[in-house]
Design a protein around this ligand. Structure first.
Ligand code: F6R
Length: 608
Protein backbone atom coordinates (compact mmCIF):
# COMPACT_ATOMS: atom_id res chain seq x y z
CA UNK A 1 0.00 0.00 0.00
CA UNK A 2 2.40 2.65 1.23
CA UNK A 3 6.12 2.75 0.54
CA UNK A 4 9.16 2.68 2.82
CA UNK A 5 12.79 3.36 2.02
CA UNK A 6 15.77 3.65 4.39
CA UNK A 7 19.47 4.28 3.99
CA UNK A 8 22.56 4.13 6.18
CA UNK A 9 25.96 4.68 4.62
CA UNK A 10 28.61 7.30 3.83
CA UNK A 11 26.68 9.56 1.48
CA UNK A 12 24.08 12.19 2.49
CA UNK A 13 20.85 10.24 2.93
CA UNK A 14 18.48 13.00 1.77
CA UNK A 15 18.77 12.73 -2.04
CA UNK A 16 18.88 8.94 -1.85
CA UNK A 17 15.68 8.79 0.20
CA UNK A 18 13.86 11.29 -2.01
CA UNK A 19 14.84 9.39 -5.14
CA UNK A 20 13.72 6.13 -3.48
CA UNK A 21 10.36 7.67 -2.57
CA UNK A 22 9.83 8.70 -6.17
CA UNK A 23 10.33 5.09 -7.22
CA UNK A 24 7.60 4.07 -4.77
CA UNK A 25 5.19 6.84 -5.58
CA UNK A 26 3.14 4.63 -7.91
CA UNK A 27 2.01 2.72 -4.81
CA UNK A 28 0.10 5.70 -3.48
CA UNK A 29 1.00 9.16 -2.45
CA UNK A 30 -1.38 11.18 -0.36
CA UNK A 31 1.55 12.42 1.71
CA UNK A 32 5.20 11.67 2.36
CA UNK A 33 7.93 12.34 4.85
CA UNK A 34 11.40 11.48 6.03
CA UNK A 35 13.57 11.57 9.14
CA UNK A 36 17.36 11.88 8.96
CA UNK A 37 19.95 11.51 11.71
CA UNK A 38 22.69 14.12 11.43
CA UNK A 39 24.92 12.57 14.10
CA UNK A 40 23.38 14.40 17.03
CA UNK A 41 19.81 15.35 16.08
CA UNK A 42 16.98 13.95 14.01
CA UNK A 43 15.63 16.21 11.26
CA UNK A 44 12.04 15.55 10.22
CA UNK A 45 10.05 16.79 7.26
CA UNK A 46 6.56 15.74 6.16
CA UNK A 47 4.17 17.11 3.58
CA UNK A 48 0.74 16.50 2.13
CA UNK A 49 0.42 15.47 -1.53
CA UNK A 50 2.90 14.00 -4.00
CA UNK A 51 6.66 13.78 -3.44
CA UNK A 52 7.20 16.96 -5.44
CA UNK A 53 5.45 18.84 -2.59
CA UNK A 54 7.96 17.36 -0.14
CA UNK A 55 10.81 18.37 -2.45
CA UNK A 56 9.40 21.89 -2.65
CA UNK A 57 9.28 22.07 1.13
CA UNK A 58 12.86 20.84 1.38
CA UNK A 59 13.92 23.53 -1.11
CA UNK A 60 17.68 23.62 -1.35
CA UNK A 61 18.26 21.95 2.05
CA UNK A 62 21.65 20.27 2.15
CA UNK A 63 21.21 17.94 5.07
CA UNK A 64 24.44 16.11 5.74
CA UNK A 65 23.06 13.18 7.78
CA UNK A 66 23.98 9.79 6.37
CA UNK A 67 21.16 7.68 7.77
CA UNK A 68 17.42 8.05 7.52
CA UNK A 69 13.99 6.56 6.91
CA UNK A 70 11.33 7.77 4.47
CA UNK A 71 7.75 6.96 3.68
CA UNK A 72 5.12 7.63 1.05
CA UNK A 73 1.66 7.19 2.50
CA UNK A 74 -1.57 5.87 1.15
CA UNK A 75 -3.94 6.51 4.02
CA UNK A 76 -5.60 3.68 5.93
CA UNK A 77 -6.26 5.25 9.35
CA UNK A 78 -6.67 9.00 9.53
CA UNK A 79 -7.22 11.30 6.56
CA UNK A 80 -4.29 12.42 4.40
CA UNK A 81 -2.65 15.35 6.23
CA UNK A 82 0.78 16.50 7.30
CA UNK A 83 0.24 15.35 10.88
CA UNK A 84 -0.83 11.89 9.74
CA UNK A 85 2.14 11.57 7.36
CA UNK A 86 5.00 9.29 8.45
CA UNK A 87 7.52 9.09 10.08
CA UNK A 88 5.74 9.32 13.43
CA UNK A 89 7.63 10.15 16.59
CA UNK A 90 7.35 9.20 20.26
CA UNK A 91 6.69 11.74 23.05
CA UNK A 92 10.29 12.95 23.27
CA UNK A 93 11.20 13.09 19.60
CA UNK A 94 13.69 10.24 20.11
CA UNK A 95 12.17 7.43 18.06
CA UNK A 96 10.74 7.70 14.54
CA UNK A 97 8.72 5.05 12.76
CA UNK A 98 7.59 4.55 9.16
CA UNK A 99 5.03 1.79 8.74
CA UNK A 100 3.13 -0.08 6.03
CA UNK A 101 0.23 -2.29 7.07
CA UNK A 102 -2.47 -2.09 9.71
CA UNK A 103 -2.17 -2.33 13.49
CA UNK A 104 -5.45 -4.02 14.34
CA UNK A 105 -5.32 -3.53 18.10
CA UNK A 106 -4.16 0.09 17.93
CA UNK A 107 -7.21 1.42 19.74
CA UNK A 108 -6.54 -0.75 22.81
CA UNK A 109 -2.80 0.00 22.66
CA UNK A 110 -3.43 3.72 22.29
CA UNK A 111 -5.80 3.94 25.27
CA UNK A 112 -3.36 1.97 27.36
CA UNK A 113 -0.45 4.22 26.34
CA UNK A 114 -2.51 7.35 26.93
CA UNK A 115 -3.30 6.13 30.43
CA UNK A 116 0.44 5.79 30.93
CA UNK A 117 0.91 9.44 29.97
CA UNK A 118 1.83 9.20 26.27
CA UNK A 119 0.72 12.09 24.13
CA UNK A 120 -0.51 11.36 20.58
CA UNK A 121 -0.39 13.83 17.72
CA UNK A 122 -1.96 11.93 14.81
CA UNK A 123 -5.01 9.80 14.05
CA UNK A 124 -2.90 6.97 12.65
CA UNK A 125 -2.54 3.43 13.92
CA UNK A 126 1.22 3.74 13.27
CA UNK A 127 1.93 6.27 15.99
CA UNK A 128 1.28 3.66 18.70
CA UNK A 129 4.41 1.85 17.49
CA UNK A 130 6.69 4.80 18.25
CA UNK A 131 5.19 5.15 21.75
CA UNK A 132 5.30 1.41 22.38
CA UNK A 133 9.01 1.30 21.49
CA UNK A 134 9.53 4.31 23.77
CA UNK A 135 8.21 2.17 26.63
CA UNK A 136 11.34 0.00 26.32
CA UNK A 137 13.82 2.84 26.05
CA UNK A 138 16.39 1.19 28.33
CA UNK A 139 16.94 -1.65 25.86
CA UNK A 140 18.82 -1.62 22.56
CA UNK A 141 16.73 -0.41 19.61
CA UNK A 142 16.28 -3.92 18.24
CA UNK A 143 15.28 -5.33 21.63
CA UNK A 144 12.86 -2.48 22.24
CA UNK A 145 11.36 -3.08 18.79
CA UNK A 146 11.05 -6.78 19.40
CA UNK A 147 9.38 -6.28 22.79
CA UNK A 148 7.00 -3.68 21.39
CA UNK A 149 6.03 -5.89 18.45
CA UNK A 150 5.10 -8.72 20.81
CA UNK A 151 2.13 -6.60 21.84
CA UNK A 152 1.01 -5.82 18.32
CA UNK A 153 -1.75 -7.59 16.41
CA UNK A 154 -1.79 -6.81 12.72
CA UNK A 155 0.57 -6.41 9.83
CA UNK A 156 3.63 -4.31 9.34
CA UNK A 157 6.62 -3.48 7.26
CA UNK A 158 8.48 -1.18 9.58
CA UNK A 159 11.49 1.14 9.61
CA UNK A 160 12.74 2.70 12.85
CA UNK A 161 15.31 5.37 13.54
CA UNK A 162 16.41 6.44 17.03
CA UNK A 163 18.24 9.61 18.07
CA UNK A 164 20.06 7.54 20.71
CA UNK A 165 21.49 5.11 18.13
CA UNK A 166 22.92 7.13 15.22
CA UNK A 167 24.79 4.13 13.78
CA UNK A 168 21.89 1.86 13.10
CA UNK A 169 18.39 1.56 11.71
CA UNK A 170 15.97 -1.24 12.52
CA UNK A 171 13.43 -2.76 10.14
CA UNK A 172 10.83 -5.46 10.74
CA UNK A 173 8.32 -7.41 8.75
CA UNK A 174 5.04 -9.19 9.33
CA UNK A 175 2.69 -9.45 6.39
CA UNK A 176 4.05 -6.40 4.56
CA UNK A 177 7.29 -6.70 2.60
CA UNK A 178 10.68 -5.36 3.62
CA UNK A 179 13.71 -6.01 1.42
CA UNK A 180 17.29 -5.24 2.42
CA UNK A 181 19.67 -3.85 -0.20
CA UNK A 182 23.31 -4.68 0.44
CA UNK A 183 25.67 -2.10 -1.09
CA UNK A 184 29.37 -1.30 -0.69
CA UNK A 185 29.69 0.70 2.52
CA UNK A 186 25.96 1.27 2.62
CA UNK A 187 22.88 -0.71 3.58
CA UNK A 188 19.39 0.08 2.40
CA UNK A 189 15.93 -1.31 2.95
CA UNK A 190 12.63 -0.73 1.19
CA UNK A 191 9.15 -2.11 0.92
CA UNK A 192 9.68 -2.64 -2.77
CA UNK A 193 12.78 -3.72 -4.63
CA UNK A 194 12.34 -0.91 -7.18
CA UNK A 195 13.56 1.61 -4.58
CA UNK A 196 16.87 -0.24 -4.16
CA UNK A 197 18.00 -0.97 -7.68
CA UNK A 198 19.83 2.28 -8.37
CA UNK A 199 22.16 1.38 -5.51
CA UNK A 200 22.44 -2.35 -5.50
CA UNK A 201 21.10 -5.50 -7.05
CA UNK A 202 22.06 -7.60 -4.03
CA UNK A 203 18.95 -8.02 -1.91
CA UNK A 204 17.58 -10.03 0.98
CA UNK A 205 13.86 -10.57 1.40
CA UNK A 206 13.01 -10.40 5.09
CA UNK A 207 10.62 -13.15 6.22
CA UNK A 208 7.54 -12.65 8.39
CA UNK A 209 8.45 -12.20 12.04
CA UNK A 210 12.04 -11.13 11.33
CA UNK A 211 13.75 -7.97 12.51
CA UNK A 212 16.93 -6.64 10.87
CA UNK A 213 19.53 -4.19 12.12
CA UNK A 214 21.11 -2.11 9.35
CA UNK A 215 24.54 -0.57 9.81
CA UNK A 216 26.87 1.13 7.34
CA UNK A 217 28.98 -1.95 6.64
CA UNK A 218 26.85 -4.81 7.83
CA UNK A 219 23.40 -6.08 8.58
CA UNK A 220 22.07 -8.56 11.11
CA UNK A 221 18.83 -10.53 11.03
CA UNK A 222 16.94 -11.66 14.12
CA UNK A 223 14.66 -14.62 13.37
CA UNK A 224 11.15 -14.90 14.74
CA UNK A 225 12.59 -17.34 17.30
CA UNK A 226 14.85 -14.48 18.52
CA UNK A 227 18.03 -16.03 17.08
CA UNK A 228 20.58 -14.12 15.00
CA UNK A 229 20.71 -15.80 11.62
CA UNK A 230 22.83 -15.57 8.47
CA UNK A 231 21.32 -15.16 5.03
CA UNK A 232 23.14 -14.54 1.78
CA UNK A 233 21.89 -11.87 -0.60
CA UNK A 234 20.34 -12.83 -3.91
CA UNK A 235 20.79 -10.89 -7.15
CA UNK A 236 17.87 -9.13 -8.80
CA UNK A 237 17.84 -9.31 -12.59
CA UNK A 238 14.96 -6.85 -13.29
CA UNK A 239 15.33 -3.24 -14.17
CA UNK A 240 13.56 -0.73 -11.97
CA UNK A 241 10.55 -0.24 -14.26
CA UNK A 242 9.82 -3.95 -14.25
CA UNK A 243 10.42 -3.95 -10.51
CA UNK A 244 7.59 -1.48 -9.92
CA UNK A 245 5.33 -4.06 -11.41
CA UNK A 246 7.17 -6.75 -9.47
CA UNK A 247 7.82 -8.69 -12.63
CA UNK A 248 4.25 -8.46 -13.98
CA UNK A 249 3.91 -7.01 -17.48
CA UNK A 250 0.92 -4.86 -16.46
CA UNK A 251 -0.53 -3.39 -13.29
CA UNK A 252 -3.83 -5.08 -14.10
CA UNK A 253 -2.27 -8.54 -13.97
CA UNK A 254 -0.37 -7.61 -10.82
CA UNK A 255 -3.59 -6.42 -9.21
CA UNK A 256 -5.44 -9.57 -10.27
CA UNK A 257 -2.68 -11.52 -8.52
CA UNK A 258 -2.96 -9.32 -5.42
CA UNK A 259 -6.54 -10.49 -4.90
CA UNK A 260 -5.82 -13.19 -2.30
CA UNK A 261 -4.16 -10.45 -0.24
CA UNK A 262 -6.99 -7.98 -0.96
CA UNK A 263 -9.49 -10.56 0.35
CA UNK A 264 -7.36 -11.09 3.45
CA UNK A 265 -7.05 -7.35 4.02
CA UNK A 266 -10.80 -6.89 3.65
CA UNK A 267 -11.37 -9.46 6.42
CA UNK A 268 -8.38 -8.72 8.64
CA UNK A 269 -9.46 -8.12 12.22
CA UNK A 270 -13.12 -8.13 11.15
CA UNK A 271 -14.20 -11.73 11.79
CA UNK A 272 -15.38 -12.68 15.27
CA UNK A 273 -15.35 -16.46 15.24
CA UNK A 274 -16.88 -17.05 18.65
CA UNK A 275 -19.90 -14.93 17.81
CA UNK A 276 -20.04 -16.02 14.16
CA UNK A 277 -20.22 -12.42 13.06
CA UNK A 278 -18.22 -9.55 11.60
CA UNK A 279 -16.96 -6.49 13.41
CA UNK A 280 -16.81 -3.33 11.34
CA UNK A 281 -15.24 -0.58 13.41
CA UNK A 282 -16.34 2.11 10.95
CA UNK A 283 -20.01 1.29 11.49
CA UNK A 284 -19.92 1.17 15.29
CA UNK A 285 -20.95 4.81 15.68
CA UNK A 286 -24.18 4.19 13.74
CA UNK A 287 -24.82 0.61 14.91
CA UNK A 288 -28.13 1.48 16.61
CA UNK A 289 -29.55 3.29 13.60
CA UNK A 290 -28.44 0.45 11.37
CA UNK A 291 -30.09 -2.11 13.60
CA UNK A 292 -33.42 -0.29 13.17
CA UNK A 293 -33.08 0.10 9.40
CA UNK A 294 -35.61 -1.72 7.21
CA UNK A 295 -34.70 -0.40 3.78
CA UNK A 296 -31.36 0.05 2.08
CA UNK A 297 -30.53 1.76 -1.20
CA UNK A 298 -27.11 1.01 -2.66
CA UNK A 299 -25.77 3.63 -5.07
CA UNK A 300 -22.69 3.26 -7.25
CA UNK A 301 -21.36 3.18 -10.81
CA UNK A 302 -19.70 0.64 -13.12
CA UNK A 303 -18.06 -2.29 -11.37
CA UNK A 304 -18.97 -0.84 -7.99
CA UNK A 305 -22.62 -0.98 -9.12
CA UNK A 306 -22.25 -4.67 -9.97
CA UNK A 307 -20.76 -5.29 -6.53
CA UNK A 308 -23.87 -3.53 -5.18
CA UNK A 309 -26.11 -5.87 -7.17
CA UNK A 310 -24.43 -8.83 -5.51
CA UNK A 311 -24.76 -7.01 -2.17
CA UNK A 312 -28.52 -6.94 -2.69
CA UNK A 313 -28.74 -10.74 -3.05
CA UNK A 314 -26.49 -11.31 -0.05
CA UNK A 315 -28.12 -8.70 2.22
CA UNK A 316 -31.60 -9.94 1.37
CA UNK A 317 -30.53 -13.51 2.01
CA UNK A 318 -28.99 -12.82 5.44
CA UNK A 319 -31.09 -9.91 6.74
CA UNK A 320 -34.69 -8.72 6.69
CA UNK A 321 -33.71 -5.52 4.86
CA UNK A 322 -35.37 -4.74 1.57
CA UNK A 323 -32.58 -3.60 -0.72
CA UNK A 324 -32.62 -1.53 -3.89
CA UNK A 325 -29.57 -0.91 -6.04
CA UNK A 326 -29.48 2.23 -8.09
CA UNK A 327 -27.02 3.51 -10.65
CA UNK A 328 -25.72 6.71 -9.08
CA UNK A 329 -26.16 8.51 -12.42
CA UNK A 330 -29.89 7.65 -12.43
CA UNK A 331 -30.49 8.26 -8.74
CA UNK A 332 -31.63 11.86 -9.19
CA UNK A 333 -34.26 10.85 -11.75
CA UNK A 334 -36.00 8.41 -9.41
CA UNK A 335 -38.64 9.47 -6.95
CA UNK A 336 -37.35 7.10 -4.32
CA UNK A 337 -39.57 6.83 -1.29
CA UNK A 338 -37.33 7.31 1.70
CA UNK A 339 -39.14 5.51 4.45
CA UNK A 340 -38.24 6.08 8.06
CA UNK A 341 -34.93 4.37 8.68
CA UNK A 342 -33.72 4.28 5.06
CA UNK A 343 -30.00 3.68 4.78
CA UNK A 344 -28.06 4.63 1.67
CA UNK A 345 -24.82 2.77 1.03
CA UNK A 346 -22.49 4.32 -1.56
CA UNK A 347 -19.84 2.01 -3.03
CA UNK A 348 -16.84 3.59 -4.70
CA UNK A 349 -13.22 2.57 -5.15
CA UNK A 350 -12.00 6.13 -5.64
CA UNK A 351 -14.49 7.93 -3.40
CA UNK A 352 -14.42 10.70 -6.02
CA UNK A 353 -16.97 9.55 -8.60
CA UNK A 354 -19.09 12.62 -9.34
CA UNK A 355 -22.40 10.77 -9.82
CA UNK A 356 -21.98 8.82 -6.60
CA UNK A 357 -21.17 12.01 -4.70
CA UNK A 358 -24.23 13.75 -6.18
CA UNK A 359 -26.39 10.78 -5.14
CA UNK A 360 -25.25 10.81 -1.51
CA UNK A 361 -25.75 14.57 -1.29
CA UNK A 362 -29.32 14.07 -2.46
CA UNK A 363 -29.80 11.19 0.02
CA UNK A 364 -28.53 13.38 2.85
CA UNK A 365 -30.93 16.14 1.89
CA UNK A 366 -33.70 13.57 2.25
CA UNK A 367 -32.51 12.67 5.74
CA UNK A 368 -31.13 9.17 5.08
CA UNK A 369 -28.30 7.64 7.04
CA UNK A 370 -25.50 7.61 4.45
CA UNK A 371 -22.72 5.02 4.56
CA UNK A 372 -19.70 4.49 2.33
CA UNK A 373 -17.72 1.48 1.17
CA UNK A 374 -14.58 3.13 -0.15
CA UNK A 375 -10.99 2.21 -0.96
CA UNK A 376 -9.29 5.60 -0.99
CA UNK A 377 -9.01 6.89 2.56
CA UNK A 378 -9.80 10.55 3.04
CA UNK A 379 -11.50 10.83 -0.37
CA UNK A 380 -14.49 13.17 -0.73
CA UNK A 381 -17.00 10.39 -0.21
CA UNK A 382 -15.47 9.40 3.12
CA UNK A 383 -15.77 12.97 4.31
CA UNK A 384 -19.41 13.31 3.29
CA UNK A 385 -20.83 10.05 4.61
CA UNK A 386 -22.04 9.46 8.18
CA UNK A 387 -19.94 6.31 8.59
CA UNK A 388 -18.37 3.61 6.49
CA UNK A 389 -16.00 0.77 5.82
CA UNK A 390 -12.68 0.88 4.05
CA UNK A 391 -11.49 -1.77 1.61
CA UNK A 392 -7.81 -1.60 2.59
CA UNK A 393 -7.08 -3.04 -0.88
CA UNK A 394 -4.15 -0.71 -1.55
CA UNK A 395 -3.85 1.59 -4.56
CA UNK A 396 -5.31 0.26 -7.77
CA UNK A 397 -3.45 1.62 -10.75
CA UNK A 398 -4.90 -0.31 -13.69
CA UNK A 399 -8.00 1.53 -14.91
CA UNK A 400 -10.07 -1.66 -14.86
CA UNK A 401 -11.01 -2.45 -11.30
CA UNK A 402 -10.11 -5.96 -10.18
CA UNK A 403 -8.84 -6.29 -6.61
CA UNK A 404 -11.13 -3.53 -5.35
CA UNK A 405 -14.16 -5.23 -6.93
CA UNK A 406 -13.35 -8.50 -5.19
CA UNK A 407 -12.76 -6.61 -1.95
CA UNK A 408 -16.14 -4.84 -2.29
CA UNK A 409 -17.86 -8.23 -2.69
CA UNK A 410 -16.13 -9.60 0.43
CA UNK A 411 -17.00 -6.55 2.53
CA UNK A 412 -20.63 -6.64 1.43
CA UNK A 413 -20.72 -10.19 2.79
CA UNK A 414 -19.23 -8.91 6.05
CA UNK A 415 -21.85 -6.15 6.29
CA UNK A 416 -24.60 -8.70 5.62
CA UNK A 417 -23.14 -11.04 8.23
CA UNK A 418 -22.88 -8.23 10.78
CA UNK A 419 -26.52 -7.18 10.23
CA UNK A 420 -27.81 -10.72 9.75
CA UNK A 421 -26.38 -11.95 13.05
CA UNK A 422 -28.32 -9.20 14.81
CA UNK A 423 -31.45 -10.63 13.21
CA UNK A 424 -32.21 -14.24 12.37
CA UNK A 425 -28.87 -15.70 11.22
CA UNK A 426 -27.83 -18.32 13.81
CA UNK A 427 -24.29 -18.44 15.14
CA UNK A 428 -23.55 -21.74 13.33
CA UNK A 429 -24.49 -20.25 9.97
CA UNK A 430 -22.38 -17.19 10.70
CA UNK A 431 -19.44 -19.49 11.41
CA UNK A 432 -20.08 -21.51 8.25
CA UNK A 433 -19.92 -18.30 6.21
CA UNK A 434 -16.72 -17.33 8.00
CA UNK A 435 -15.19 -20.70 7.14
CA UNK A 436 -16.15 -20.19 3.52
CA UNK A 437 -14.69 -16.69 3.51
CA UNK A 438 -11.44 -17.93 4.97
CA UNK A 439 -11.05 -20.49 2.20
CA UNK A 440 -11.25 -17.81 -0.48
CA UNK A 441 -7.64 -16.54 -0.59
CA UNK A 442 -6.24 -20.03 -1.25
CA UNK A 443 -8.99 -20.86 -3.71
CA UNK A 444 -8.28 -17.66 -5.64
CA UNK A 445 -4.56 -18.55 -5.60
CA UNK A 446 -5.48 -21.90 -7.08
CA UNK A 447 -7.41 -20.26 -9.92
CA UNK A 448 -4.51 -17.88 -10.55
CA UNK A 449 -2.13 -20.82 -10.80
CA UNK A 450 -4.13 -21.94 -13.85
CA UNK A 451 -3.92 -18.68 -15.74
CA UNK A 452 -2.12 -20.29 -18.68
CA UNK A 453 -5.25 -22.27 -19.43
CA UNK A 454 -7.25 -19.04 -19.54
CA UNK A 455 -4.62 -17.35 -21.67
CA UNK A 456 -4.97 -20.22 -24.14
CA UNK A 457 -8.77 -19.91 -24.12
CA UNK A 458 -8.55 -16.16 -24.64
CA UNK A 459 -6.14 -16.64 -27.55
CA UNK A 460 -8.54 -19.02 -29.26
CA UNK A 461 -11.64 -16.90 -28.65
CA UNK A 462 -10.43 -13.32 -28.97
CA UNK A 463 -11.15 -13.35 -32.73
CA UNK A 464 -14.91 -13.38 -32.08
CA UNK A 465 -16.56 -9.98 -32.01
CA UNK A 466 -19.52 -10.58 -29.69
CA UNK A 467 -19.96 -12.44 -26.41
CA UNK A 468 -22.72 -13.15 -23.93
CA UNK A 469 -21.89 -13.51 -20.25
CA UNK A 470 -24.61 -15.41 -18.43
CA UNK A 471 -25.31 -16.21 -14.80
CA UNK A 472 -28.17 -16.52 -12.36
CA UNK A 473 -28.71 -15.33 -8.81
CA UNK A 474 -25.40 -14.50 -7.09
CA UNK A 475 -23.53 -15.00 -10.34
CA UNK A 476 -25.66 -12.67 -12.43
CA UNK A 477 -23.79 -9.54 -11.18
CA UNK A 478 -20.50 -11.29 -11.90
CA UNK A 479 -21.66 -12.03 -15.45
CA UNK A 480 -22.22 -8.27 -15.86
CA UNK A 481 -18.77 -7.57 -14.45
CA UNK A 482 -17.11 -10.14 -16.75
CA UNK A 483 -18.73 -8.52 -19.79
CA UNK A 484 -17.68 -5.04 -18.66
CA UNK A 485 -14.06 -6.19 -18.25
CA UNK A 486 -14.00 -7.59 -21.80
CA UNK A 487 -15.49 -4.39 -23.23
CA UNK A 488 -13.21 -1.98 -21.49
CA UNK A 489 -9.91 -3.81 -21.82
CA UNK A 490 -10.21 -5.89 -25.00
CA UNK A 491 -12.63 -3.58 -26.87
CA UNK A 492 -14.89 -6.53 -27.64
CA UNK A 493 -18.65 -6.33 -27.56
CA UNK A 494 -19.93 -8.29 -24.57
CA UNK A 495 -23.38 -8.38 -22.99
CA UNK A 496 -23.96 -9.56 -19.47
CA UNK A 497 -27.39 -11.12 -18.99
CA UNK A 498 -29.41 -12.90 -16.38
CA UNK A 499 -29.47 -16.32 -18.06
CA UNK A 500 -33.24 -16.58 -17.65
CA UNK A 501 -33.66 -13.54 -19.88
CA UNK A 502 -32.08 -15.16 -22.94
CA UNK A 503 -35.37 -16.61 -24.17
CA UNK A 504 -36.98 -13.19 -23.99
CA UNK A 505 -35.05 -11.81 -26.92
CA UNK A 506 -31.25 -12.13 -26.87
CA UNK A 507 -31.29 -15.80 -27.89
CA UNK A 508 -32.11 -14.57 -31.41
CA UNK A 509 -28.51 -13.41 -31.72
CA UNK A 510 -26.96 -16.79 -31.01
CA UNK A 511 -25.16 -18.57 -33.83
CA UNK A 512 -21.72 -20.15 -34.21
CA UNK A 513 -20.11 -16.70 -34.25
CA UNK A 514 -21.56 -15.56 -30.91
CA UNK A 515 -19.99 -17.44 -27.96
CA UNK A 516 -21.38 -17.38 -24.41
CA UNK A 517 -19.42 -17.45 -21.18
CA UNK A 518 -21.67 -19.20 -18.64
CA UNK A 519 -21.19 -19.34 -14.87
CA UNK A 520 -22.54 -22.73 -13.82
CA UNK A 521 -21.39 -23.76 -10.34
CA UNK A 522 -23.11 -26.75 -8.71
CA UNK A 523 -25.66 -24.71 -6.77
CA UNK A 524 -29.38 -24.08 -6.48
CA UNK A 525 -29.63 -22.71 -10.02
CA UNK A 526 -27.41 -25.36 -11.64
CA UNK A 527 -30.23 -27.27 -13.40
CA UNK A 528 -31.70 -24.08 -14.83
CA UNK A 529 -28.28 -22.91 -16.05
CA UNK A 530 -27.75 -26.29 -17.73
CA UNK A 531 -31.06 -25.82 -19.56
CA UNK A 532 -29.95 -22.37 -20.71
CA UNK A 533 -26.69 -23.83 -21.99
CA UNK A 534 -28.66 -26.50 -23.84
CA UNK A 535 -30.72 -23.80 -25.55
CA UNK A 536 -27.54 -22.09 -26.72
CA UNK A 537 -25.99 -25.33 -27.92
CA UNK A 538 -29.18 -26.15 -29.85
CA UNK A 539 -28.54 -22.96 -31.84
CA UNK A 540 -24.90 -23.85 -32.53
CA UNK A 541 -23.59 -21.27 -30.06
CA UNK A 542 -20.22 -21.97 -28.46
CA UNK A 543 -20.14 -22.19 -24.65
CA UNK A 544 -17.31 -21.56 -22.24
CA UNK A 545 -18.49 -22.81 -18.83
CA UNK A 546 -17.08 -21.99 -15.42
CA UNK A 547 -18.17 -24.77 -13.12
CA UNK A 548 -17.41 -26.55 -9.88
CA UNK A 549 -18.71 -29.78 -11.45
CA UNK A 550 -16.11 -32.45 -12.19
CA UNK A 551 -18.02 -34.41 -14.82
CA UNK A 552 -21.69 -33.40 -14.68
CA UNK A 553 -23.93 -32.57 -17.66
CA UNK A 554 -22.34 -29.18 -18.06
CA UNK A 555 -18.93 -30.74 -18.79
CA UNK A 556 -20.22 -32.73 -21.73
CA UNK A 557 -22.39 -29.90 -23.06
CA UNK A 558 -19.92 -27.02 -23.01
CA UNK A 559 -17.20 -26.51 -25.62
CA UNK A 560 -14.76 -25.36 -22.94
CA UNK A 561 -14.80 -25.96 -19.21
CA UNK A 562 -12.83 -24.02 -16.63
CA UNK A 563 -13.00 -25.50 -13.13
CA UNK A 564 -14.01 -23.42 -10.12
CA UNK A 565 -13.22 -24.54 -6.57
CA UNK A 566 -16.26 -25.42 -4.44
CA UNK A 567 -17.40 -23.10 -1.73
CA UNK A 568 -20.73 -21.89 -0.30
CA UNK A 569 -23.17 -20.81 -3.01
CA UNK A 570 -23.24 -17.29 -1.63
CA UNK A 571 -19.45 -16.99 -2.06
CA UNK A 572 -19.05 -18.44 -5.57
CA UNK A 573 -19.15 -15.05 -7.33
CA UNK A 574 -15.96 -14.11 -5.50
CA UNK A 575 -14.28 -17.07 -7.20
CA UNK A 576 -16.05 -16.86 -10.56
CA UNK A 577 -14.93 -13.31 -11.23
CA UNK A 578 -11.23 -14.25 -11.27
CA UNK A 579 -11.20 -16.32 -14.51
CA UNK A 580 -13.38 -13.64 -16.11
CA UNK A 581 -10.84 -10.94 -15.26
CA UNK A 582 -8.04 -13.12 -16.60
CA UNK A 583 -10.00 -13.88 -19.76
CA UNK A 584 -10.44 -10.16 -20.45
CA UNK A 585 -6.81 -9.49 -19.63
CA UNK A 586 -5.46 -12.17 -21.97
CA UNK A 587 -7.96 -11.33 -24.73
CA UNK A 588 -6.67 -7.74 -24.57
CA UNK A 589 -3.07 -8.94 -24.54
CA UNK A 590 -3.55 -11.21 -27.55
CA UNK A 591 -5.32 -8.38 -29.39
CA UNK A 592 -2.50 -5.95 -28.62
CA UNK A 593 -4.66 -3.50 -26.62
CA UNK A 594 -3.31 -0.97 -24.17
CA UNK A 595 -4.23 -2.73 -20.94
CA UNK A 596 -3.59 -0.44 -17.98
CA UNK A 597 -4.95 2.67 -19.68
CA UNK A 598 -7.74 1.63 -22.05
CA UNK A 599 -8.78 4.21 -24.61
CA UNK A 600 -11.40 6.81 -23.65
CA UNK A 601 -11.43 5.84 -19.97
CA UNK A 602 -10.09 7.31 -16.73
CA UNK A 603 -9.51 5.73 -13.35
CA UNK A 604 -11.52 8.28 -11.48
CA UNK A 605 -14.64 9.74 -13.12
CA UNK A 606 -15.01 13.16 -11.57
CA UNK A 607 -17.54 14.56 -14.05
CA UNK A 608 -21.23 13.71 -14.18
C1 F6R B 1 -14.53 -0.72 -14.40
C2 F6R B 1 -14.35 0.38 -13.49
C3 F6R B 1 -15.42 1.40 -13.41
C4 F6R B 1 -15.61 1.90 -11.97
C5 F6R B 1 -16.58 3.08 -11.95
C6 F6R B 1 -16.86 3.55 -10.54
O1 F6R B 1 -13.44 -1.59 -14.38
O2 F6R B 1 -13.36 0.48 -12.81
O3 F6R B 1 -16.61 0.94 -13.93
O4 F6R B 1 -16.08 0.84 -11.21
O5 F6R B 1 -16.06 4.14 -12.70
O6 F6R B 1 -15.70 4.01 -9.94
P1 F6R B 1 -15.58 4.13 -8.37
O7 F6R B 1 -15.70 2.76 -7.80
O8 F6R B 1 -14.24 4.76 -8.13
O9 F6R B 1 -16.71 5.00 -7.91
Amino acid sequence: MCGIVCYIGRQPALPILVEGLKRLEYRGYDSSGLAIHNGSEVQLVRELGPIRNLERKLGSSQWSGTSGIAHTRWATHGAPSEENAHPHGDCRGEIYVAHNGIIENYRELKSDLERRGHCFRSQTDTEVLAHLIEEFQDSSLEEATQQALERVIGTYGLAILSRKFPDKLVVARRGSPIILGIGAGETLAASDVSALLRHTRKVIYLQDGEIAVLEQDRFRILSHQQKWIRRSPETVEWDSEAAEMQGYPHFMLKEIHEQPEAIQNAMRGRLLWEEGTAKLGGLEAVADRLRQARHMIIVSCGSSYFAGLLGRYVLERLTSLSVEVELASEFRYRKLNFRKGTVVLAISQSGETADTLAAIREAKRKGALVLGLVNVVGSTLTRETDAGVYNHAGPEIGVASTKTFISQMVILHLIALFLGRQQEVPIAEGQRIQEGLQKLPDQVRHILSRQDRISDLARRYCGYHHFFYLGRKYNYPVALEGALKLKEIAYLHAEGYAAGEMKHGPLALIDEEFPSVCIVPRDSSYEKMVSNVQEIKARRGKVIALTSEQDGDICSLADEVFPLPSNLEILTPILAVVPLQLFAYYAALHRGCEIDRPRNLAKSVTVE
